[in-house]
Write a protein that binds this ligand. Structure first.
Ligand SMILES: Nc1ncnc2c1ncn2[C@@H]1O[C@H](COP(=O)(O)OP(=O)(O)OP(=O)(O)O)[C@@H](O)[C@H]1O
Ligand SMILES: [Mg+2]
Length: 401
């Protein structure tokens, strides 16, 4: 990069003592090395670009974010190295521009770009020398925002559902009382007039009870209840869930394969909530299987700090499109599905300090893994990064924050 001092120096180079020139070059080289070390230490990705977009410098963090090899990048246009990112239309020679981007290679991440023009005064005139482009990884911030929105949505839904349940619950109660009165009056009628009416009455009472049950279940499912933890054996909960679903599993010719860990330690969880989570997941698994039946595998495993449980099916798998909105409320591909099942499972897992992981291959099946912590995780000292200058180049820059 030129500066007026350097310009003047270059113009009068023939007048400067050779030793002085050598000192100056050494000083400039040292300064360049220092600046490069500073840029290499940045967690933000950094590109220096010519006005047309050709890369003149890239730091290791930018290479890490975009999966680039530093040596191949310098001298190439930016859009060739990062597809979809052309400098025209993005940068302005007289203004700083900030934009968010989503990239899909080497992994799906959200980035924020900050593009600032570089100008220098040459012969008393502002000259546009190019751009500096800074890249920040904002994937986690976005995920946190998305989770906050989801909680908001769920709260709104709970509020609405509680209101509706209240409104429906009252007339249901009153209907029930009136049907009981009718039942009493019916008993006084002669036998031959009674039987038909009794049939209708029992159907009506049955339907009211069913509606009441659905309402209660719905509220129970979506109301965030803090877990009532007791020392629980997950295998017992699993057994109870399978028993509950046994009639449906048999009707659909589903084979259940169990691969349970020996001596799985009991964990502090709310058994009812965990049963609800297992129930939702096994239900999803058999609902995905074809009418001719299929296989569901249930396995448990114990690790140093957690216990895991895996539910796999050999159904059709989940498409990328549905995978992206798996935990969103009301997203369902089923007639009669609420699209709340997985969201409730995740909420239960999170309130237990656990995690859920979904893996699916189209045409092969789906695997859902649940992790339950065995207690608060102890703090652990991470390996100190290498600090010798030789090692600096190979330190893997963790940009995920
Ligand atoms: N094991 C699975 N195999 C294939 N697709 C699945 C599987 N589990 C979930 N899905 C997909 O994810 C969607 C959301 O599942 P979720 O359990 O949240 O709601 P739902 O099953 O549609 O409704 P509900 O749980 O109320 O019956 C489903 O509609 C389905 O498309
Ligand atoms: Mg479901």
């Amino acid at each position: 990069m030129k500066s007026s001092f350097l310009d003047k120096l270059i113009d009068r180079l023939d007048l400067v003592d050779p030793e002085e020139v050598q000192n100056l070059i050494e000083r400039l080289t040292r300064e360049k090395g220092f600046m490069e070390n500073v840029f290499s230490a940045l967690r933000e990705g950094m590109f220096v670009l010519e006005p047309g977009g050709v890369i003149t410098y890239v730091n290791p963090a930018a290479c890490h974010i975009f999966g680039l090899a530093q040596d191949n990048v310098v001298g190439s246009p930016l859009e060739k190295c990062v597809r979809g990112l052309a400098i025209e239309g993005l940068a302005k020679p007289d203004a700083v521009v900030s934009r968010d981007f989503e990239i899909f290679y080497p992994e799906n991440r959200y980035l924020n770009f900050y593009i600032s023009p570089i100008t220098s005064i040459v012969e008393e005139k502002d000259t546009h020398l190019g751009y500096v482009l800074l890249v920040r990884d904002i994937t986690e911030t976005r995920q946190e925002t998305a989770e906050a929105i989801e909680t908001e949505k769920l709260n709104a839904l709970t509020f609405l559902a509680a209101g509706v349940a209240h409104e429906i619950g009252n007339p249901l109660n009153s209907l029930n009382i009136h049907l009981q009165l009718m039942e009493r009056k019916l008993r006084k009628l002669p036998e031959n007039q009674r039987s038909d009416l009794e049939g209708c009455l029992h159907t009506a009472q049955g339907e009211i009870q069913r509606l009441d049950g659905i309402l209660k279940q719905f509220l129970q499912a979506i109301r965030p209840v803090p877990p009532e933890r007791t020392l629980t054996n997950l295998h017992h909960v699993l057994e109870e869930t399978i028993q509950l679903l046994q009639p449906e599993l048999e009707a659909r010719s589903v084979n259940i394969h169990l691969d349970l860990a020996d001596n799985l330690q009991p964990i502090l969880v709310d058994p009812d909530q965990i049963k609800q989570a297992f129930f939702n997941l096994i239900k999803n698994a058999f609902q995905a299987l074809p009418a001719s039946g299929g296989n569901i595998s249930l396995s448990t495993d114990s690790h140093e700090y957690e216990v895991s449980m895996t539910i796999s099916d050999d159904g059709p798998g989940i498409s990328a499109e549905i995978m992206g909105s798996l935990f969103e409320p009301y997203k369902t591909t089923k007639r009669g599905g609420t699209g709340l099942g997985l969201l409730i499972v995740r909420r239960i897992l999170h309130s237990h300090g656990g995690e859920i992981e979904v893996d699916s291959t189209l045409g092969e099946g789906t695997q859902v893994k649940l992790f339950f912590p065995l207690g608060p995780k102890p703090a652990r000292l991470l390996n100190a990064p290498a600090t010798t200058s030789d090692d600096l180049d190979v330190i893997d820059i963790d940009i995920s924050g």
